[in-house]
Every structure is written in C-alpha cells, then in structure tokens.
Design a protein around this ligand. Structure first.
Ligand SMILES: Cc1cc2nc3c(=O)[nH]c(=O)nc-3n(C[C@H](O)[C@H](O)[C@H](O)COP(=O)(O)OP(=O)(O)OC[C@H]3O[C@@H](n4cnc5c(N)ncnc54)[C@H](O)[C@@H]3O)c2cc1C
Length: 391
C-alpha cells in the first residue's frame, strides 16, 4: 500500500491509491472512476497541514504535476495558475509578469490550492488571507465534471473549502503590481513589546512578534513597501536582527528547517492582547519547559464563509512544539483560553472542535454544509477526519 505523510510527521495514511494526474481531464477521470466504484477522493497539496485534512481511505490525489501559469494580465491584475503550483513558483511566475500577492505567510512551500483551501495568511490589519485573492476557480466536482466558479455569490463558499466542494484544478488570483519590501527585525523584552504593540501594528503595513517563553524576549518583525527597485530577485539573507530590502515574494517567506506541530486560533482583534496575556500566564505557570515561540499576527476581516477572519478584524496567536515531542497535552491545555476569547481554529492546525462548536463559531457554517451536501451528496470528498465535522 502506498504511504502518504505530512510535513511534520503527525499524519500518515495508507490509501489504496496515490496518484499524480498531470491534466484536468485526468483529475476528472479519477474522480469519475472513484464515483463509479463508491470510493473517496481527497486532494493533497504540499502536506503542510498539521491535522488529517488530506487523507482519504481510498484515493489521495497529488496535484504536484498540475502546475504552471496559464495566463496573467498586468492591466487587470488577474492571473490564472494550475492549482498544484507551489507558492514559491507561483509568486516567481507572477513577479516575472510584474505582479505579486499583496501579502504572504511564513513559508512559500505550500501548493496554491492547499494554501487557499485552509485560509493561509500572513500579517497586517489591512490584509486578508491568500484565500481572499481567489477571483475564480475551475473545480472537478464530485461526479467528475469540470465546473468554472466565478459567481460572486458562490466564491465566498469556495474560498476556504478544504477540498470539500470540489478539487481545484485552476485558480485565478486578484494580484497587485509587484513591489519591494523593507524588512526590519529587532529584539526586545516581551513587556516592552506588548507596551508598543498597538503602535507597531498601526505604524507598519505588516507587523508580527514571536515571544520566546523561556528567555522573556520577543522578536518583532516589520515589513513595509518601499519605492526602491531591487537589482536582483534574491534579497540578501537576514538571520536575526537587522534590516534588508527585496522583492516582496522573496522577503515574506522564512526558512523553517526544524519540524514542529502547531495550534493557531483567530480571535477578535480587540481581544488579542488579553488572550495573549492569558496564554502567556498559563505557559509560564504550567508549561515552563516549552521553548518554541508564540506567534502574534493580525488579519483583516473577510467574507469567506469558513474563514477564521469571517466578518471581524482578527488577531491570530499560534503555539508550537517540536515535531518529535508530545504536543496534545500542551495544546489542549491552552485551547480553552482561545475558545473563551471567541477564537476560531486554523483549519490546517491542531484543534479539538466538534461540529456543534464550529457551527456556533461560523454564522455561515450550516450554509456551507448544505452547499457541500448539494454538490457532493454521496460524500465523495469526505474523510474519516472531516465527515464528523461536515457531513
Ligand atoms: C512550516 C509551516 C509554515 C506555515 N506557515 C503558515 C502561515 O504563515 N500562515 C498560515 O495561515 N498557515 C501556515 N501554515 C499552514 C499551512 O499553510 C496550511 O496548512 C496549508 O493548507 C498547507 O498547504 P498545503 O499545500 O501543504 O496543503 P495540504 O496540507 O496538503 O492540504 C490542505 C487542504 O487543502 C486541500 N487541497 C489541497 N489541494 C487541493 C486542491 N487542488 N483542491 C481542493 N483542495 C485542495 C486538502 O485536501 C486539504 O484539505 C504553515 C505550515 C507549515 C508546516
């Protein structure tokens, strides 16, 4: 039996079939075959989710071979790419045509479709997740047909949809003209960082901090657009405090060489500081040995039905643990704090929410489930992890 494993090693699956179609027609044929034999199908991106949002018992379909740019229009900012294109390649292809994403997350190793399917985001109160850039998509539906989605009434359902409404084969992004960023990284005591938090969020396009719990130090990072035109695509390296300038798509991502697991919750922006204070207190009191940093970011409100930032300006707070260490007890001890502050979990990261919890968090949750049932009545795209949450 073939084996599929995620990036952190926390999820392993042995589906009957692991395939890598190279065309939309092949994707559609695989889904039709699965439908005819009553089998489940799930799409895989880069496997960078920490929870089993990918595995199916029957067929796992990697879209790695369905990659590349189809079309880019610098005038409208619209660009269409195959869904399996890795973010690193996608952003380079956009840059070559004078375009860029207005914001990106910590890494660019995810597949475009995988990043969009879970609401992958960076930081900045004026910026939504990558899912908010979805302007249109082509999906393979549960009966193996190709469907173009560009209806403004439907797009908010598809933006963050975990492969439950169909398998993306091509994605049209709303981009901005390419731009350069100045990055600044500095360290300060966590109390000083918190005193300056509101000012730093307001003063910078993109600001975040990492608190290192065992040292009491926070590392802050700001990114702001500059007019300067970098000579080369690759910026100079920056490891630790300092400054550099470079093209946005090469400045946003960091190298993540050590493997870890992660839990992240999105809380209403105004609750961010109090929620962080409660997390900090619990970590100091009950988890003094954890050395992995806590990350604090901001995110604009959006309209995607399953987006953790749906309808409210947001702060995201994430906690990490080394991949080789147990993480469940640590994460579940902190989770009620996030929930008390109105938190919604990141779909690609650890949480223990049940269907009823999710339905209470998301005003459009039942509408999403109804659309899912309509598009996939036989549950072709469900899985043992997702069925209890969305069936
Ligand atoms: C080192 C690291 C850094 C990270 N940094 C960030 C960050 O800065 N911000 C953030 O928000 N998250 C971050 N994440 C989480 C990560 O971005 C998400 O979990 C994302 O979904 C992973 O993308 P992927 O391509 O690996 O998708 P996968 O994990 O492989 O899949 C995720 C979901 O997408 C679905 N999917 C994949 N392809 C398709 C398709 N073609 N059609 C339909 N559905 C599809 C899958 O079925 C699954 O439900 C990070 C994760 C890691 C490991």
């Amino acid at each position: 039996m073939p084996t599929w494993t995620n990036w952190s090693g926390s999820v392993t699956a042995t589906p009957r079939q692991l395939c890598s179609p190279a065309s939309e027609e092949e994707v559609a044929a695989i889904v039709r075959e699965a439908a005819a034999s009553g089998r489940s199908v799930r799409a895989a991106g880069s496997g960078h989710s920490f929870v089993p949002v990918v595995p199916a018992d029957d067929v796992i379909l990697s879209l790695d071979a369905l990659a590349g740019l189809l079309d880019a229009d610098p005038a409208s900012g619209r660009a269409t790419l195959f869904a399996g294109t890795k973010l690193r390649d996608a952003t380079r292809l956009l840059w070559e045509r004078g375009l860029a994403l207005p914001n990106q997350g910590d890494v660019d190793t995810q597949a475009l479709a995988g990043a969009i399917a879970t609401g992958t985001h960076g930081t900045g109160p004026a910026y939504g997740s990558i899912s908010t850039r979805l302007a249109a998509a082509r999906v393979v539906t549960a009966d193996g047909a190709l469907l173009d989605v560009d209806d403004p009434a439907l797009l908010p359902a598809f933006r963050v949809s975990l492969g439950l409404l169909g398998i993306f084969t091509r994605i049209t992004l709303a981009c901005v003209p390419r731009y350069a960023l100045r990055e600044r990284v500095w360290q300060h005591p966590i109390d000083a960082c918190l005193e300056e938090l509101a000012a730093n969020i307001a003063a910078n396009d993109h600001y975040e901090f990492f608190w290192f719990p065992r040292s009491g130090i926070a590392e802050s990072k700001s990114l702001n657009p500059v007019d300067e035109i970098p000579e080369r695509e690759e910026p100079p390296p920056l490891d630790g405090p300092g400054e550099r300038t470079g093209w946005s798509h090469r400045i946003y991502p960091s190298a993540r060489d050590l493997r870890f697991n992660e839990m992240e919750y999105a809380v209403p922006a105004e609750a961010g500081p109090a929620c962080f204070a409660a997390v900090r207190q619990r970590m100091v009191e009950r988890h003094p040995k954890v050395g992995w940093p806590v990350e604090y970011r901001t995110l604009a409100a959006d309209d995607a039905w399953l987006s953790p930032a749906f309808g409210r300006p947001t702060v995201t707070i994430s906690v990490h643990q080394a991949a080789e260490r147990p993480y469940r007890e640590f994460f579940t001890d902190l989770e009620p704090i996030f929930r008390d502050f109105g938190g919604r979990p990141h779909w690609g990261k650890f949480h223990t929410c049940a269907r009823a919890d999710l339905a209470a968090m998301y005003p459009r949750f039942e509408a999403f489930c109804a659309l899912r049932r309509q598009l996939d009545p036989a549950g072709r795209f469900l899985s043992p992890y997702l069925a209890p949450l969305f069936a």
